[in-house]
Design a protein around this ligand. Structure first.
Ligand SMILES: [Ca+2]
Ligand SMILES: [Ca+2]
Ligand SMILES: [Ca+2]
Length: 212
């Protein structure tokens, strides 16, 4: 069935039309329960980065993906996605070929050429160990441990930013961690119900229980 697009209102300065389906950007992002979110780990969602990973002059799209509390059978867990720009308004998922099809509780992503080789690299935060992907001609290698930026694996990494804070010509990395939680297994994780973002008093009580 052909869907008729609404016409932009007169004198509109900008007007946006959803072309995701036409562009091939249809893979769902998973983050906890689909219809119901019971625990705070399910509530933050994931990040996206638009950057030219293969230096062809056309911006590509990287999407971070998550998982569920129940998990998935081997080989069926949701992965991150890297959509290569086909130069015609469509995109092709090349995550596996590029080495970016990791699974887990992915969170944020930031783009920066940390080694100044002319290829943009990726840092992806996780509930667990964070990942640094070095870009070599459009193929990525995970080097977070080697680079000393994987973290302890016990923190909940969320936002991140590359910035040259000391102006020495080399990018530095800022990582924001969210609340402190035990690893998502066993009864301790299930003690904490995320009540509501508009009831910070309840949320605080919940977190205090974790730290007690
Ligand atoms: Ca490109
Ligand atoms: Ca680089
Ligand atoms: Ca620096």
């Amino acid at each position: 069935m052909t869907q008729t697009q609404p016409k932009p209102p007169q004198n509109a300065i900008a007007y946006f039309t959803d072309v995701a389906q036409k562009a091939g950007l249809t893979v769902p992002i998973v983050f906890g329960g689909k219809d119901t979110k019971k625990y705070i780990i399910e509530t933050t969602g994931t990040g996206a980065a638009i950057f030219d990973y293969d230096n062809d002059g056309w911006p590509d799209i990287f999407l971070v993906n998550g998982t569920t509390l129940e998990g998935f059978p081997a080989g069926q867990a949701p992965t991150n996605h890297l959509y290569r720009n086909n130069h015609d308004g469509t995109f092709t998922d090349v995550a596996a070929k590029a080495g970016l099809n990791a699974t887990g509780w992915g969170q944020g992503v930031c783009v920066g050429d940390y080694d100044n080789d002319g290829w943009e690299d990726l840092y992806v935060t996780y509930y667990g160990k964070n990942r640094l992907y070095h870009n070599q001609n459009g193929a990525f290698t995970e080097v977070a441990e080697k680079a000393g930026v994987a973290g302890s694996g016990k923190a909940w990494g969320t936002g991140c930013a590359w910035v040259d804070y000391d102006r020495d010509g080399h990018l530095d990395l800022m990582i924001a961690n969210y609340v402190s939680l035990p690893q998502p297994r066993g009864r301790h994780f299930r003690r904490c119900h995320y009540q509501s973002s508009h009831r910070p008093d309840r949320r605080s009580l919940c977190l205090q229980r974790f730290h007690s």
